[in-house]
Design a protein around this ligand. Structure first.
Ligand code: F6P
Length: 376
């Protein structure tokens, strides 16, 4: 089997190192050369890669971040950039590429696979590749979903989401202590881009008093079941604000509250529901002393949880096994293969990452989990 290139791309996530190590150690065990590409697609475009030895992959599963770096690469979005990447892969005698990243990165992998033959032919025509190199050039692509957001349909978990959730829960537990001491309300903003999985799960795990997620703007715009008039201004409250106020006010004598807001939350008119807007409403309507905590990149950094270490290792090994199988079977599959995972197994995911959606969260909402999160 020709050599394997592996890269991490997009936002780093806890467990990317374990996944890369899984690919590398499985390759080395099978006697196959493996290269880590530095800084994601940037390293592929610029031809910056390091051949990995057994020891290069030691002592890395417990580390946060991604050892070989990541970047959001504008050049790879251009045809010329992708052709440079193809030329570098052919020159490295790569027969396989493993991309560990989110929906954008895996969509990039898909595009690269579909354009491969065209780029090789053009590179030969332009004199960027010698003819004899190009004749043997073929590439199998495998994608592993790495993102704290858990925003990919087709997998229960993306690499890093469980660790990020642990981090959020730890932070919210700490915030509850100070909120209770001072009889304050805290609005905690969590990441997730357009996906509310982190916010919803954290809400359930910490018994937050209210959760805002993009998938389910609270109460339909037409709802009449909540008071709609501001007690301070006499003006109509927006429905999300009225719902929030009714929920927070419903338990008499409650001295403090925690509201979790996903960074992608929005109202019925698609206007962002920000921590600042929420704070304003709570202060004006309920008179709570309110503080905002934005957890930010602390959610992405730090050590991976045990789950992310072992599942990512399994994913890395599955990626290599798939590549070895394709190499034995002959010409490359026209589409890359993606792997997802549940708590017990890894499995090929049939869907194209371009349809990455927040289906997981919609399923949870449909199963009543969003309501469960509001019964604290
Ligand atoms: O996709 C992962 C993620 O952490 C999102 O939750 C967040 O919106 C985004 O990346 C932040 O990106 P950056 O690190 O480029 O600011």
């Amino acid at each position: 089997m020709r050599s394997v290139c592996v890269l991490t791309s997009g936002g780093d996530s806890q467990g990317m190192n374990a996944a890369l190590r899984g690919v590398a150690r499985a390759s080395l065990s099978a006697g196959v050369k493996v290269f880590a590409v530095w800084d994601g697609y940037k390293g592929l475009v610029e031809g910056v890669m390091s051949e990995l030895s057994w020891l290069d992959c030691s002592n890395m599963v417990a580390a946060g971040g991604t050892k070989y770096g990541t970047a959001r690469c504008a050049q790879f979005r251009t045809e010329e950039g992708r052709r440079a990447a193809v030329v570098n892969l052919v020159k490295a005698n790569a027969g396989a590429l493993v991309v560990i990243g989110g929906d954008g990165s895996l969509t990039g992998a898909s595009i690269l696979a579909s354009e491969w033959d065209d780029h090789v032919q053009k590179a030969v025509a332009n004199g960027e590749l010698p003819q004899d190199f190009a004749a043997a050039a073929e590439l199998h692509v495998v994608g592993l979903v790495g993102s704290i957001d858990n925003d990919m349909f087709g997998t229960h978990f993306t690499i890093g989401c469980v660790s990020a959730l642990h981090r959020i829960v730890e932070a919210v537990d700490a915030i509850r202590a100070t909120a209770a001491s001072h009889s304050r309300t805290f609005v905690v903003e969590v990441m997730g881009r357009n996906c509310g999985w982190l916010a919803l799960m954290a809400g359930l795990a910490t018994q937050a008093d209210f959760v805002f997620i993009p998938e389910s703007p609270p109460s339909p715009c037409t709802s009449t079941s909540v008071p709609t008039v501001s007690t301070t201004t006499g003006e109509l409250l927006e429905s999300w604000a009225a719902t929030l106020v009714a929920k927070l006010a419903r338990v008499e004598g409650k001295r403090w509250s925690v509201v979790i807001v996903s960074e992608g939350a929005h109202d019925c008119k698609m206007e962002p529901i920000t921590a600042a807007r929420i704070k304003e409403v709570i202060e004006a309507e309920l008179g709570h002393d309110t503080r905002i905590t934005k957890l930010g990149h602390v959610q992405r950094g730090g050590k991976p949880a045990a789950f992310d270490r072992y599942m990512s290792t399994n994913l890395g090994i599955a990626a290599f096994d798939a590549l070895a199988g394709y190499a034995a079977a002959g010409p490359p599959a026209p589409e890359p293969v993606y792997f997802g995972c549940s708590d017990a197994s890894v499995y090929p995911v049939a869907l194209h990452p371009a349809v990455a959606a927040t289906r997981n969260v919609h399923d949870l909402v449909a199963a009543g989990k969003y309501d469960d999160a509001m019964v604290a």
